[in-house]
Design a protein around this ligand. Structure first.
Ligand SMILES: Nc1ncnc2c1ncn2[C@@H]1O[C@H](COP(=O)(O)OP(=O)(O)O)[C@@H](O)[C@H]1O
Ligand SMILES: O=C(O)[C@H](O)[C@@H](O)[C@H](O)[C@H](O)COP(=O)(O)O
Length: 167
């Protein structure tokens, strides 16, 4: 069976857009981790406060649990900023999970996070997200893709970079 892919990165990196397009390209379902937050987390972020680890654990467990389902989505978007978060997701998934980090220069991210309309997360939290981000280490099942190119190109680069057995 195909392994689920977690499209990760900070606010504005394109997780929702690229994650959905990647899933469409693979002809398989997509889930946005933003839709799995408890209401308390959404309210906290909307008020301009970054989440703490305590806020994040149940959400990350929920993300992992979706990947443990008999018919998991092919792609899930989740910031998964720290290694312990990624490990938590994989543990709850109970199967091999591949991570794709969408990475790019701060000015590109800042511009894009400002483009989003109606999102609960204020653009001002970008710097806190960048400070929290631990880019995947070489021993993680992860690839990194630059977010500067157009979306269709990013999707093809992801497919080309993923290890065998994922897609
Ligand atoms: N490669 C890209 N080129 C141009 N615009 C992009 C690209 N990736 C994302 N965007 C735009 O940037 C904004 C942030 O993308 P989004 O998918 O919401 O990021 P995230 O889910 O990581 O916060 C959206 O308006 C989206 O359409
Ligand atoms: O795209 C974004 O704006 C963020 O990724 C956001 O949607 C995400 O759900 C929260 O950031 C979760 O909290 P942390 O990223 O702080 O763990």
């Amino acid at each position: 069976m195909r392994q689920p892919i977690v499209v990760m990165g900070v606010s504005g990196s394109g997780k929702s857009l690229i994650g959905r397009q990647l899933a469409d390209r693979l002809g398989a379902p997509f889930v946005d981790g933003d839709d799995l937050h408890p209401r308390s987390n959404v309210e906290k972020m909307a008020a301009g406060h970054p989440l703490t680890d305590e806020d994040r654990w149940p959400w990350l467990a929920h993300v992992g649990a979706r990947l443990a389902a008999p018919q998991p989505p092919a792609v899930i978007a989740c910031s998964a900023l720290k290694r312990i978060y990624r490990d938590h997701i994989a543990r709850h998934a109970g199967r091999e999970v591949a991570f794709v980090l969408l990475d790019g220069p701060r000015d590109v991210l800042r511009k894009r996070v400002g483009l989003r309309e109606g999102h609960f997360m204020p653009p001002e939290l970008l710097d806190s997200q960048l400070a929290t981000l631990e880019r995947p280490a070489s021993d993680e099942r992860a690839v990194t893709v630059d977010v500067t190119p157009p979306p269709a190109e990013i999707v093809e680069r992801i497919i080309g970079a993923l290890p065998d057995g994922v897609v």
